[in-house]
Design a protein around this ligand. Sequence first.
Ligand code: SF4
Length: 348
Amino acid sequence: MMTLSLPLPDVPARRALPVLGDALDRQKDIVYLDATAHSVLNPPSATGIGCWTVNPYVGCAFGCAYCYARYAHRYVMERAGAPNDDALPPWLAFERRVLVKRDAPTLVRQALASRSTRYRALVSGEESVLVGSATDPYQPAERRFRVTRGVLEAFAEHPGVRVNVITKSPLVARDVDVLACIASRGAVTVHVSLITLDRALARRVEPRAPTPESRLRAIERLAAAGIHVGLNVMPVLPGITDDPAGLDALLARAAAAGARDVGACALRLQPAARDRYLPWIAAEFPELAARYRTTYARSSHAGERYQAGLRSYVGRIAARHGLVLREYGRGEEKMRVERTSAQLSLGI
Ligand code: SF4
């Protein structure tokens, strides 16, 4: 997903970073910090992602072992000189120190109302916007701060805007009214991420993320409201979630719940994800540790044969369950995971 060898894009990185304020709240072991941003709409040219992006939060309490977005949080915290009183390692601070961009709805509203040529393609729907490229926009913080909802409401004021949301949380269904409003005059797609139906396994891999069943119910609720919902089986974890029968059952359940399409890809391990994931594999799945070290020793990708086999299999089962297979490797999601960590950090 990320490499450090590519040059920084020609944009004022520091200016794009949010400024940290006081702690807004605490929830068990999570601290929410106020973050004031200059802007929250990241253009495709700044991030290399093939669409605009908005991330209402920095950090994510769901804590997936494979998450590639940890670098973005570290980048902001270090440059902001944020105190680390508990001496949390950066990978854990990502999950326990969540930055809240409370002014994001206002910033989006001001940007879209400015009539600046900069936002013309976004307002007209010529270009789309992805909500949640480096965080989950419906993580627990959203229940109390409602920043994502505010951002969607700002988009809803402009007919023709095309919005894509990616989340693991059923909380997205709370905003079905706003999503339906955007969809009625523009376009909305919600991609619900779910990599396994096995609740115990999901808990090991994505310790604080909502259960598989609750995500399926979210698909159902959104689909029932006429929202275009897709399934994200990303990433497929070699030796852990790639059991053919398990994938087949997963696609069957998603299709039955109302998902229209599916995207799937094998785990990619760029440095920011590797530093967390490989030690986690050694602790949780020691029998796979050598295989992972070998597979990802020289590349961030799983082997070509593995990827081709996965593509072919998911294509067959998608067709069997009436799901459109999103062509992974082209478009927004490929771009999303292949940018450098420095570039990604500009998309926060
Ligand atoms: S839900 Fe997404 S952003 Fe949050 S930890 Fe998991 S992969 Fe990272």
